[in-house]
Design a protein around this ligand. Structure first.
Ligand code: ATP
Ligand code: MG
Length: 422
């Protein structure tokens, strides 16, 4: 039985030592989203199960076996959201944001999938995503991909590969589906068990099979693009041209399909070889049919989502420096009068220097013990106040990190200026 006083398997805590990297990532993303004119939408974590069945698809890994689904006290089937797009469309429809309009949206937050936990794969994980509605041309596909490229670059990540494919329209896929089933049936006995099962229910997912034997066989399979009409071809070429214009390199991977049924036309993934099997850090595509499928009018749509944990793991793997959130200043005091002065002094410093991270010692104790805490806090400077300093309205400033420890005495009036440079 699970230990009831440990976190639920696959659900992680983020401790203060790591949370500044998370905050930095979120801040960077917010800047990049704003730079493209995207507005934030905040969505609930719980939705009616039917929403995900309808949008992601009944015969997908996510809906078949990965959702956290339960019946609530009213007898309704609810699920923790496994991704953000379905909720975004639901909210857009519910609030009238999508009809005859253009929208550029972003969201962030936890998602839930009951998968086998491993590095880069968790049961609660976090995504940042963008969605653009009401724009049909390849120019908006280019925009969301350019946005993703800028975000990854701003996060200091390198050696990522952009893979691109087009799934064509629903009609093209129906035609391709028939051709693919015909091909797969001829090789049915050589397929892995999952692929045999998918052959009729969701044959395109066979293209994504992890079995090497199935993959070898697929080298001979018909290609989606052979079914493309002029419109599909023009869109895909427009997309590639637009990316080339911006100097964004992309590799066309004709076997790239995505694990969610709502994709049409453009699909893409940013991948790395540095994270083992969990190599996809960001993925998305066009989903022109979904708004209508969920009850709205036909609305073109495109978006992507990235896995925050994977981006952070990649930053670590690539030694990207991320700022720490530790204290910069630690204020020690000796005696009751000094405690009261110190309390007022640091409040005044927080007024004057709102960015400064300053810890006021609490609990008393000897100066040596306080300085030990100051050192452990990561602060660069310790401030020391005793009776003499209070009487003189001054403070001792001791450097904790310099190779030679220095100590100076400053009047309170000069302290702001001394700390402003930290
Ligand atoms: P994978 O093939 O790795 O299972 P996916 O195709 O299921 O990914 P999407 O649904 O496209 O993933 O989600 C977008 C991104 O969210 C992924 O590229 C990945 O970075 C991240 N992600 C998906 N599932 C998990 C998970 N269980 N834990 C951590 N990150 C995840
Ligand atoms: Mg998955």
């Amino acid at each position: 039985m699970a230990n009831l006083f440990q976190s639920v398997r696959g659900f992680n805590d983020v401790l203060p030592a790591n949370s500044s990297a998370w905050q930095q990532l979120q801040r960077t993303a917010e800047q990049v989203f704003a730079a493209y004119g995207y507005g934030e939408i905040r969505l609930p974590m719980l939705e009616h199960t039917a929403l995900f069945k309808r949008s992601i698809g009944e015969v997908t890994d996510i809906v078949e076996k990965e959702m956290f689904t339960f019946t609530d006290r009213e007898g309704d089937s609810l699920s923790l959201r496994p991704e953000g797009t379905a909720s975004c469309v639901r909210a857009g429809l519910e609030h009238g944001l999508l009809h005859n309009q253009q929208q550029r949206l972003w969201y962030a937050g936890p998602m839930f999938r009951h998968e086998r936990p491993q590095a880069g794969r968790y049961r609660q994980f976090h995504q940042l995503g963008v969605e653009a509605y009401g724009m049909a041309g390849p120019d908006i596909d280019v925009e969301v991909i350019a946005l993703s490229a800028r975000l990854l670059k701003r996060l200091g990540l390198r050696e990522l590969r952009l893979e691109l494919n087009s799934l064509g329209s629903a009609a093209v896929r129906a035609q391709y589906r028939a051709a693919l089933i015909e091909f797969l049936q001829r090789h049915e006995s050589s397929l892995d068990a999952d692929s045999q099962r998918r052959l009729h229910s969701n044959p395109l997912r066979v293209l994504d099979s992890k079995s090497p034997q199935t993959q070898a066989l697929l080298a001979e399979a018909p290609l989606l693009r052979d079914c493309f009409g002029d419109a599909e071809r023009a869109h895909f070429e427009g997309l590639q041209q637009g990316l080339a214009d911006l100097g964004i390199e992309a590799c066309v991977n004709p076997r790239l399909v995505r694990g969610l049924d709502y994709y049409t036309s453009t699909v893409f993934e940013w991948t790395t070889t540095a994270l083992g099997a969990q190599g996809t850090v960001l993925a998305g595509g066009r989903y022109d049919g979904l708004v209508e499928q969920l009850g709205g009018s036909a609305t073109p749509a495109v978006g992507w989502a990235c896995g925050v944990e994977r981006l952070l793991l990649l930053q670590q793997a690539q030694n990207v420096p991320v700022p720490g959130g530790e204290a910069q200043v630690y204020c020690c005091w000796l005696g009751e009068a000094a405690q009261r002065s110190a309390s007022q002094l640091v409040e005044r410093l927080r007024d004057a220097l709102p960015q400064l991270r300053i810890v006021l010692h609490a609990g008393g104790g000897k100066l040596a013990a306080q300085l030990k805490r100051a050192d452990r806090s990561g602060a660069q400077l310790a401030l020391i106040l005793g009776d003499a300093e209070v009487a003189a309205q001054s403070v001792q400033v001791k450097s904790l990190r310099a190779s030679e420890a220095t100590q100076e005495i400053l009047p309170w009036s000069e302290l702001d200026q001394r700390l402003a440079g930290l």
